[in-house]
Design a protein around this ligand. Structure first.
Ligand code: SAH
Ligand code: SF4
Length: 417
């Protein structure tokens, strides 16, 4: 979207007061994200009063979900473009510059990928996020993504390769492939499966680190494990959301695997790639969750020992099957369980990081830390955040850092030659 707007003459600004156009690209995966956006839309009203020419547009998942409702609730919104209509952005903005009329379009959420032949404007200088597919077919019962992102659509391999070559030409060293479930890549056009795509990209000169997100455990293939194990620059990290650690809840979530199957998969991955870093997502407070289910999940975490986990409180999304499930969990129980879960996982994360004390790791330098100009941040191949006092390193350099302190979420050390 930034690239499209640049093409028609817009220049990026951090200053909302002087902006001619404000675009809010939104998420609605949990109610908290949605509330924040409605708050933000409210706060933009004052800029619009000062500058009536200001165009305010809403895109992304909340735009897809609420459509007209966004304008009914906030008439100062000029346009709403759903997730399948991003290719129309240029035309919509140009029309609004001449005729001020509310415009809403949330159609076409499925169908072929239209957002091609745009060279993106990217943040930072070191990595590039490259979507390889859009949408999701999995319909986990808690999740709104399939409704607001439509069915799975894989980009053509040649489009992906050419975007990656472009990113490398800009000097980017790290490529992050994105999709709701990258393991389903190519099931539609059948030109390449995900493992083959990954192996091909690993051969592109200049791709010095290759990552991907997210993998659904139900279809992470042996072929993928083998491509990772034999890869050159494929990083030793898999984000493998488990969501829960009891079969009863996994079944209600429609995740299509059991605890045993997940553990087998972890065993297989660790045997093939011993340095692998495993991270996950977990949801507490799903309808029907009992204290017993929860205890099972804690035990499960002790067995797997993830490097890190993103933990969420179940958020009811209307229109999803789980919104109608009985036996809702009370708020205070949800919060208590989240805390217990986080306490346990933080302890495990710290223990896993502690093993690295005294070792030397390869870090791709990203830049200055947000809080201290004298400290640089970067990541290991396993995606661990590393902080170190810097000399003449530049973003994009590879350095060796000896780790002397570890915390739950990061490692600290000094550059060694
Ligand atoms: N496609 C990815 C995840 C996309 S959403 C996957 O399947 O792994 C990112 C995470 O948000 C999910 O893994 C899940 O843990 C969380 N999430 C999704 N819907 C949620 C809901 N209704 N309430 C709480 N967390 C949710
Ligand atoms: Fe949502 Fe499940 Fe699809 Fe992930 S796989 S986006 S959790 S429906």
């Amino acid at each position: 979207m930034a690239a499209v707007l640049k093409k028609i003459g817009y220049v990026a600004t951090e200053n909302l007061e002087t902006a001619d156009l404000i675009l809010l690209n939104t998420c609605c995966v949990r109610a908290s994200a949605e509330e924040k956006i409605y708050g933000k839309i409210g706060s933009i009203k004052k800029f619009k009063q000062k500058n009536p020419a200001l165009i305010l547009g809403i895109t992304g998942c909340l735009a897809q979900k609420d459509g007209e409702e966004l304008i009914r609730r906030s008439p100062h919104v000029d346009f709403v473009l759903g997730t399948g209509r991003i290719s129309e952005l240029e035309e919509v903005v140009k029309n609004l510059e001449s005729f001020r009329n509310h415009f809403v379009d949330t159609s076409n959420v499925s169908g072929e990928v239209r957002e091609e032949n745009i060279f993106p404007i990217r943040a930072g200088s070191v990595s590039a996020f490259v979507p390889i597919m859009y949408g999701c077919n999995n319909f986990c019962t808690y999740c709104i993504v399939p409704y607001v992102r439509g069915r799975e659509r894989s980009r053509l391999p040649k489009e992906i390769y050419s975007e990656i070559r472009g990113a490398v030409q800009e000097g980017r060293k790290e490529i992050n492939l994105l999709g709701q479930n990258v393991n389903s890549y190519g099931k539609d056009h059948k030109l390449k499966n995900f493992a083959q795509l990954l192996a091909d990209i690993d051969e592109i000169p200049g791709v010095e680190r290759l990552r991907f997100m997210t993998s659904h455990p139900k279809d992470l293939s042996d072929e993928l494990i083998s491509v990772m194990a034999n890869g050159k620059n494929i990083c030793e990290h898999i984000h493998l959301p488990v969501q829960y650690g009891s079969d009863k809840i996994l079944r209600k979530m429609n995740r299509v695997y059991t605890v045993e199957k997940y553990l087998d998969l972890v065993k297989k991955i660790r045997a093939a790639i011993p340095e692998i870093c495993l991270t996950t997502d977990l949801i507490v407070g799903f309808p029907g969750e009992t204290e017993e289910d929860f205890k099972e999940t804690l035990e499960f975490l002790k067995v797997v020992r993830f490097d890190m986990a993103f933990t969420f409180i179940y958020s009811e999304r209307s229109g999803t099957p789980a919104a109608n499930f009985p036996d809702k969990v009370a708020d205070e129980i949800k919060h208590r369980r989240l805390e217990e879960l986080m306490d346990l996982q933080n302890k495990i994360s710290l223990e896993k990081n502690s093993v690295l004390t005294g070792s030397t790791v390869e870090v791709l330098v990203e830049g200055e830390s947000k809080t201290d100009k004298n400290i640089f941040t970067g990541r290991t191949r396993t995606n661990k955040l590393v902080l170190f006092p810097h000399g003449d390193e530049k973003p994009g350099d590879f350095v060796r850092v000896k780790i002397d302190k570890v915390q739950t979420w990061l490692l600290k050390g000094n550059v060694v030659i």
